[in-house]
Design a protein around this ligand. Structure first.
Ligand code: AHR
Length: 508
């Protein structure tokens, strides 16, 4: 396989939006309980937060965390999660057929977010609840004091307002599985009124309206159009959700999933802008891609989220704890490339989810926490993508796929940081057959040296299905060999990417 990439420092897309390195913590399965929160665990701090998970969250470079759902939020009463823990009610969570103890709620989340160094992104319930509960939650969280709700927050131990800026107006309201599912008109009006009322309490909010829960939803496109027809002036972002998996042995299409992600993003951008144009509006609405990942739904017999976890009513059951392979990690790397390539419009993104639920971090109750294969592309892209996103010119050999036609075998994104003079390139070789020889023309951008080159690929003695476990972190990063900086002006870089690999290369 061959590819040629042209980098010109003057061709950029704008600053890397740090919020695209977001994650998601839902009250689902073991994400909260025995994931981020496990009082009594040997690594738990005085508040019951697992410090091993906190350390890994920081190492991953997570910038923002969406909370508390997900489908869970559509039946949630936020008041249940505040006040003395002993007084908090046990409730049935219909979304995941789980008993919710409410031992973890808004205050715990805010303290955890502070320790993790992440920005909170709070979702309100627009399934079973509406304008009043949403505006009351904003008042409770963000108003300094002197009103019943803000004083209640203070009495519950938080003197200073939480100052939560980012809010999701419900979750996947287009999905028939959603508690309180609505038509686009019903939801559009509700989101508009909730947004207004929330802003009347705090003018500085940034609001995300629900787009479709996937591009295959029958209402995709029309949903966005109708919802924005109502709420265009009140919201700042439209949400996108996408999950991919390998099915029917079609690895070529799975490896090319980011081609579909690119197309999905561009379709939503076009839809948003068409609504704006028809309204003669100059306002620009961006995208919050607030759920994305690999999720083996079919393998687990889950055709829809409503089929997850329907056995007895228990606390924090093991739900969708997917174990990720080398192949999955390469695909996740290409999703991050897709987000970066669209970083002028996708300015928030959250991998779903952070721990245990289709997550880069797994834990055992009372036991260890460890990194899955997909941890690495996220952690390294978050660490190295600095400065401006490069508008790259990429010519790659193509390979046919059943679902997406001919797809490039080499997938790339890159950034240039003028301050440090560093270029970072993130490259995937989707081919299972052999290495890819890549030539990078840096167009006079004299970088001089190779600062670092790492690769994630099939481990010694393994195959494309190899996974990392608590005991054996065999799928990880190692040095990428065969990188040379050439040319009189030292502006040509040649790389050989192993078959099925994801690499991060830094030049400076
Ligand atoms: O992330 C798991 C679930 O997937 C979320 O709760 C929901 O929003 C989506 O369907």
């Amino acid at each position: 396989t061959r590819a040629r990439i042209v980098v010109d420092r003057d061709f950029t897309l704008g600053e890397v939006p740090r919020r695209i390195f977001g994650s998601f913590v839902e009250h689902m399965g073991r994400c909260v309980y025995t994931g981020v929160f496990e009082p009594g665990h040997p690594a738990a701090d005085e508040e019951g937060f697992r410090t091993d998970v906190l350390d890994l969250t920081r190492e991953m470079g997570v910038s923002v965390v969406r909370y508390p759902g997900g489908n869970f939020v559509s039946g949630y009463r936020w008041e249940d999660g505040v006040g003395p823990v002993a007084d908090r009610p046990r409730r049935l969570d219909g979304a995941w057929h789980t008993v919710e103890t409410n031992a973890f709620g808004l205050h715990e989340f805010m303290r955890w977010a502070g320790k993790a160094g992440v920005e909170p992104m709070e979702a309100v319930n627009l399934g079973t609840r509406g304008v009043e509960a949403a505006r009351e939650l904003v008042e409770y969280a963000n108003h300094p004091g002197g009103t019943a709700l803000s004083d209640r927050r203070i009495a519950n131990g938080a003197k200073d307002p939480f100052g939560i800026k980012l809010w999701c107006l419900g979750n996947e309201m287009d999905g028939p599985w959603q508690i309180g599912h609505k038509t686009a008109d019903e939801y559009g009006r509700l989101a508009q009124e909730a947004a207004k009322a929330m802003r009347y309490v705090d003018r500085d909010l940034e609001l995300v309206v629900c787009g479709s829960s996937g591009s295959l939803m029958p209402t995709f496109g029309a949903w966005e159009q109708t919802v924005l027809g109502h709420a265009y002036d009140e919201v700042d972002y439209v949400s996108m959700h996408a999950y991919y998996e390998e099915s029917d042995g079609d690895h070529a299409s799975f490896l090319a999933s980011a081609v579909d992600m690119d197309h999905f993003i561009e379709s939503v951008v076009a839809t948003i802008d068409a609504v704006g144009a028809a309204r003669k509006s100059r306002k620009r609405i961006n995208i919050s891609f607030d759920e994305w990942n690999v999720w083996y739904q079919k393998r687990e017999g889950e055709d829809s989220p409503s089929q997850v976890g329907t056995s007895g009513w228990v606390e924090h059951p093991r739900l969708i704890e997917d174990v990720y392979t080398v192949t999955d990690a390469v695909v996740v790397g290409t999703f991050l490339n897709s987000l970066l390539r669209h970083g002028d419009r996708v300015t928030i993104a959250n991998q779903a989810q952070l721990v245990n639920i289709i997550a880069p971090i797994l834990t055992e109750p009372g036991g260890p926490a460890w990194r899955q294969s997909i941890f690495w592309p996220f952690a390294r892209t978050s660490a190295l993508a600095r400065g401006e996103i490069l508008r790259l010119h990429v010519e790659s050999d193509l390979a046919p796929t059943q679902r997406y036609g001919d797809a490039p075998l080499v997938d790339v994104s890159g950034t240039y940081d003028a301050e440090s003079g560093r270029v970072a390139l993130f490259l995937a070789n989707r081919s299972l057959e052999g290495p890819a020889d890549v030539e990078v023309d840096l167009r006079g951008l004299r970088v001089g040296e190779l600062i670092g080159a790492e690769v994630l690929t099939i481990p010694e003695g393994g195959d494309r299905h190899s996974v990392s476990t608590a005991a054996d972190q065999r799928v990880g990063l190692r040095g990428l060999e065969n990188v040379t900086v050439e040319g009189e002006r030292r502006d040509v870089v040649r790389l050989r990417l192993p078959a099925l690999s994801w690499s991060a290369v830094q030049l400076g």
